[in-house]
Design a protein around this ligand. Structure first.
Ligand SMILES: [Mn+2]
Length: 417
């Protein structure tokens, strides 16, 4: 008997900031959670897997129409036709959503009022679980889960922030590893934390991670966890990649490059490596150029648009590549081509004066915020982070902006490129 454990599918995450930036790639990238879900259903059918467990946050909270739920129900119907059973719970996101839709008869959505047990005698499996009744569940749900059923393989289905593993995720339905061990189940199918994590092996306590990354903070391989049961015992637990778009930071250290041709060659090589690592998927890449190079000022200023064009060309050549952002974080090596050292030191002094002056900082921060507010609905979306993602430091943004302003100005002054 095999079951597939997935979580945090987040169907139809809004990704408004991304839609504005991704151009013709927007539909593909924003649609990736749906595409990955279809792939998951394909996998279950092809592999003849008996049981699918979904550990919450199946769709997002903000939907105002039934599109996502109809899509979901349609995929469940595909499984129903193949005789595949599904047990699922609601997490904080789907509990927040007020929309409800009748699912095909193969789908058991566990109650949000009390934990209950779903028995599959023919499979020898007992599944214990509870849905969230609302978004902000602060009590320990696991504490009230039923005792293990003797003679069955016992699985706990739970959307939770396990103490020490929640990271930036909100501390909903918190519990400890010991709370879970104390239930004497064989496997805990968790959801909520988006990074795949095996918390324990006897019994198994697993976050499969989200099915499809939506932001750079969810970089790397995403998928579900396939569990094989033999003679009523867990025999094998393996990660199955099922994502359609891979998010990645591509770091290119250009320290060895002294000419544009060398840099272009290195760029192409690193991007090709990143594409190969993604195994043919579309890659949403943040490209970071780093290292000390005599090309620094020229890269920063990019007065004639060479770097931008070279990056675009690399993207065309590789297909299936979208640049989420390009960050030039190089440093100027000694003997740069700046002719007038008086001008250089004047620029540097001015930047440092602004940096050290509280009044000037406040003024500049206000101007930056004004621009950002005009460009995107929220600052978080600008940098492609989710609501549970990293917190932005306004001081760090200001300092980075000052550094960029200084280097771009020096680049322009050198007249090189
Ligand atoms: Mn969640």
């Amino acid at each position: 008997m095999r079951f597939l454990h997935a979580a945090d599918i987040h169907l139809d995450s809004p990704l408004r900031g991304l839609r504005a930036r991704a151009g013709e790639r927007a539909e593909e990238i924003a649609g990736a959670p749906r595409a990955a879900f279809v792939r998951l259903i394909d996998f279950v059918i092809e592999q003849k897997i008996e049981l699918l467990l979904l550990a919450g946050d199946n769709w997002d909270g903000g939907h105002t129409d039934y599109g996502s739920l109809l899509f979901f129900a349609d995929q469940m119907a595909r499984l129903n036709r193949e005789g595949v059973r599904v047990v699922m719970i609601q997490g904080n996101h789907d509990a927040e959503n007020q929309l409800r839709l009748t699912m095909p008869t193969n789908v058991k959505m566990l109650s949000n009022r009390a934990p209950r047990t779903e028995l599959f005698e023919d499979l020898g499996v007992a599944i214990h679980g509870q849905s969230y009744p609302r978004r902000d569940v602060v009590e320990n749900l696991a504490a009230k889960y039923p005792a293990a059923v003797p003679g069955m393989l016992n699985i706990g289905l739970l959307h939770t922030a396990v103490t020490g593993y929640a990271g930036a995720h909100r501390s909903y339905a918190p519990c400890t590893i010991q709370d879970l061990r104390d239930k004497s189940y064989d496997y805990w199918a968790l959801g909520h934390v988006h990074a795949r994590t095996e918390l324990n092996r006897d019994p198994w306590i697993v976050y499969p991670g989200n099915l499809q990354a939506r932001f750079l903070s969810e970089a790397g391989e995403k998928g579900a966890t396939l569990v094989t049961v033999r003679n009523g015992r867990i025999n094998e637990v393996e990660h199955v990649p099922l994502d359609m778009v891979r998010w990645a930071t591509v770091n290119v250290d250009v320290a060895g490059c002294t000419t544009q041709d060398q840099l272009a060659g290195m760029l192409q090589e690193r991007l090709r490596d990143a594409m190969n690592a993604a195994g043919g998927r579309t890659v949403a890449a943040r490209l970071v150029l780093s290292g000390t190079t005599p090309l620094h000022f020229a890269l920063k200023a990019d007065a004639d648009g060479w770097l931008e064009a070279e990056i675009e060309r690399a993207g065309l050549d590789l297909d299936h590549l979208w640049f989420e952002q390009v960050i030039v974080a190089t440093r100027q090596s000694g003997g740069g081509r700046v002719a007038d050292s008086d001008v250089v030191s004047e620029v540097e002094r001015t930047v440092e004066r602004i940096r050290a002056n509280t009044q000037e900082r406040t003024l500049l921060a206000g101007q930056i915020k004004e621009v950002i507010d005009k460009l995107v609905p929220s600052l978080a979306e600008l940098v492609g982070q989710g609501p549970d993602g990293e917190v932005l430091d306004p001081d760090a943004i200001l300092d980075a902006t000052l550094n960029d302003a200084r280097d771009i100005l020096l680049g322009r002054l050198t007249g090189s490129s």
